[in-house]
Each structure stands twice: as C-alpha cells, then as structure tokens.
Design a protein around this ligand. Structure first.
Ligand code: NAD
Length: 368
C-alpha cells in the first residue's frame, strides 16, 4: 500500500484538514484482496454525532495517494453535511480503486461488504459515483451496515427527488434573503445539468412560475425535460454562464464556481445540488461574497439525499424525510444570518455551524 511519504503527501493535499486538529480522521483502513481484486479505502472522519455514513465511490484513480486524498476529503464533507442537517450521523466515505464498468464483480462487492462489516457499524455505506443499487444488494449480502438498497429489500429508494426538494426550499430561502420575498415566480433560473436532481428541480421551479433555462451535455436528458415542460429554454453549455439569470443552479459537476465562471456570471444567487461547487472555498467563497452574490453552501442545500438514506438507519419513511428536508429552508436562512452577523462568507458560516455542533456534542459525551 502507500509509503509513508505518499501518505504524508495525501494528507498535506487536504489543506484545511491539517489545521483542524479537533476534526482529524478517526480511522483510515485499507483492504487489499488478491482473489477479487478489491483495493479499497474506508475513511472515517468523525463519529461524535453517530456512525459514519457515506457512499462508496469506484473510480480508476491514477495512484493510491489520489484515492486516499479523495476518501479523506469526501469523508470530512460528510461529517459537515450531517452535522448541519441536524442528523445523528458522523462522516465517512469509501473508495474502491478500479474501473466500475470493467472491473466490478459480485465477488468484489461482497468482499467489500465483509470489509464494511469488519468495522462493526462504525461505518455505514451507500452508493456514490460508479456504484449502483445492484452493487449495494451484493454488499447487503455480507453486512447490514448499508443503505441505498432497493425498496423491495426495505431500502429508501432513489434519494434524488428528496435532494431536489431540499434544493428548491433552499433556493426559496436564498430568494427571501436577496429580495425579501421567497417567491420564485418570474425569477430567471439557470439549471446546469438536468439529471436525476436537476430534472426534478425544474418540476418544482416550473410549478412556481419561474423562468427556467437548462443546459446538459446529453440531448436525451434535455428532451425528457422539454417533453414535460415545453416552455423551458435550452442553451448550449458554452453560452450558459453568460446568461442573464437571477439564480444559477449548478446540478452537474463540482468546481463550477471558479475564476472563469465568476468573471462571467451575472446572477444574484448560486444555489444548486452539485457537491464541492467552489473550486477553492477560501478563494472563490470570498470572491462570491465580494461580488454581492448570495451563495447557498452546497452541502447545506443538497442534504436531502443524506436525510433520505438516513431514514433506513433511523427507520422513518419518505414523508418524514421530506418534512426534515423542508427544514433546509430554515437551516439555509440561519447560515445567511450567521454570515451577515459575523461578516464572513456563507461557506465559512456553514463550516462553523457544523464544527460548533460536533464540538458541543463531543463536550456532552465527556459529561456523566
Ligand atoms: P446525474 O448524473 O443524474 O445528473 C448530472 C447531469 O449533469 C447529467 O444529466 C449530465 O449529463 C449533466 N452534466 C454533466 N456534465 C455537464 C456539464 N459540463 N454541463 C452540463 N451538464 C452536465 O447526477 P444527479 O444525481 O442528478 O446529481 C447531480 C449533482 O448533485 C452531482 O454533483 C451529485 O454529486 C450531487 N448530489 C446528488 C444527490 C442525489 O440525491 N442524487 C445528493 C447530493 C448531491
């Protein structure tokens, strides 16, 4: 596995992690199985609030150090997301090194299930990039510490509609902050990426009377939306960022709020589903603030999916998950209020909120 220098380099690449000793990772475990070809890492960032829940990503990482960096970064993000959403969950993430289209087998996923099981519930897994519900069924054969399994097996089903609802209510809270009124009627909203979450978000926006423009790299995704909403406008990807829009909703990939986009965007609000929207929090989170754009922090906005899979652990249904997701409206508003009070960027207000909750509960644990 990794040499000492590679491990050091991977940790250093995580920047802020090194500065936040209270929130360092609790466990990082490696699994190497020659028979199935499984090479996996599980990173458990923090379990103060509860077991570490986070998806498994299968990706052909160029090096083991790159895989470790991803696991460390993503697991920390899960701790923050769960903390701000008010869930009794910690943050963890697993990565499997390999090509999910050509190298994944039932044997590999079941071996991974045994690996998850060896942590005795300290880590609970779910789907992420390169991993689907079928894979989780295989994992479920070897461990009960798994979520995101199909409804037929007692799972919570596709979390995307719940995530989309959270984005929608967060966008309303952002509108209220910006214009003093949370109605989205007549607002020009640009949705970048109309996959599972983006398409469901468009449904909510159209119902409320927003003027929606979409873009996607796949024609079939666009066609599905237009079939339901013929008045939605479509724009090519290279023209999207120059649009005259009130609200920019990134619902495709991360790091789209960067030097290039910030020199072109004319929006008042950024609020969307994508993870890690700010290419560099400390740089672009501050520029957004200086430009007077309201940025609704991504992990606050998109917590509906996590709230939904947590329903499998906490044993509540979809209605309850939707009700909890509706609360993202108030959470978003509280983050804006803190940012204003402290005169700090909104991403920082979200991070502080997460860290304060984890620290408070950690303190509680030391009391009899
Ligand atoms: P998805 O793969 O179903 O949809 C993404 C869409 O973006 C696809 O239609 C894809 O063609 C499009 N796309 C990719 N690159 C693009 C580009 N450069 N320009 C325009 N469109 C592009 O994924 P999803 O489940 O809808 O998730 C969307 C985002 O939200 C992801 O970043 C994901 O990590 C995040 N997220 C999703 C959930 C969930 O419940 N699904 C929860 C939390 C966060």
């Amino acid at each position: 596995m990794l040499t000492a220098n590679e491990t050091k380099a991977a940790l250093a690449a995580n920047g802020p992690l090194g500065q936040m000793s209270t929130f360092d990772h609790e466990n990082v475990v490696f699994c190497n199985d020659n028979v199935t070809g499984l090479k996996a890492i599980i990173a458990i960032h923090n379990t103060v609030l509860g077991p570490a829940l986070g998806g498994t990503r299968m990706w052909p990482y160029a090096t083991e150090a790159e895989a470790l960096t991803d696991a460390l970064r993503l697991s920390r993000g899960m701790s923050y997301k769960a903390a701000v959403a008010g869930l009794n969950l910690g943050g963890g993430k697993a990565v499997i090194i390999g090509d999910s289209r050509t190298q994944k087998t039932e044997g590999m996923m079941r071996r991974f299930g045994k690996f998850v099981n060896s942590l005795n519930g300290k880590y609970i897994t779910a789907e992420d990039v390169g991993i689907g519900t079928k894979d989780m069924e295989h994992v479920f054969m070897e461990t009960k510490h798994v979520t995101g399994i199909p409804p037929a097996l007692g799972g919570s089903g596709d979390p995307s509609p719940v995530t989309a609802y959270g984005v929608y209510v967060s966008m309303k809270a952002s509108a209220k902050e910006r214009w003093g009124n949370d109605s989205l009627a007549g607002k020009k909203v640009g949705v970048q990426g109309v996959g599972h979450v983006g398409a469901a978000l468009v449904d909510y926006l159209m119902k409320e009377g927003a003027k929606v423009t979409i873009t996607d790299i796949y024609e079939d995704k666009i066609a599905e939306v237009i079939k339901l909403h013929p008045t939605v406008e479509v724009v090519a990807g290279d023209k999207f960022l120059d649009l005259d829009m009130d609200i920019y909703a990134p619902c495709a990939l991360g790091a789209t709020v960067n030097n290039d986009s910030l020199s072109r965007l004319k929006c008042s609000i950024i609020c969307g589903a994508a993870n890690n929207q700010l290419a560099d929090e400390n740089v672009h989170g501050k520029i957004v603030m200086e430009k007077g754009i309201i940025y609704a922090p991504d992990y606050v906005v998109n917590a509906g999916g996590l709230i939904n899979v947590y329903s499998e652990v906490a044993k509540y249904g979809r209605d309850n998950a939707m009700a909890q997701t509706e609360n993202i409206y108030h959470t978003t508003a509280a983050i804006f209020a803190l940012a204003k009070k402290e005169n700090i960027p909104t991403f920082m207000a979200a991070n502080r909120t997460a860290e304060a909750r984890i620290a408070a509960i950690a303190h509680l644990r030391t009391k009899r």
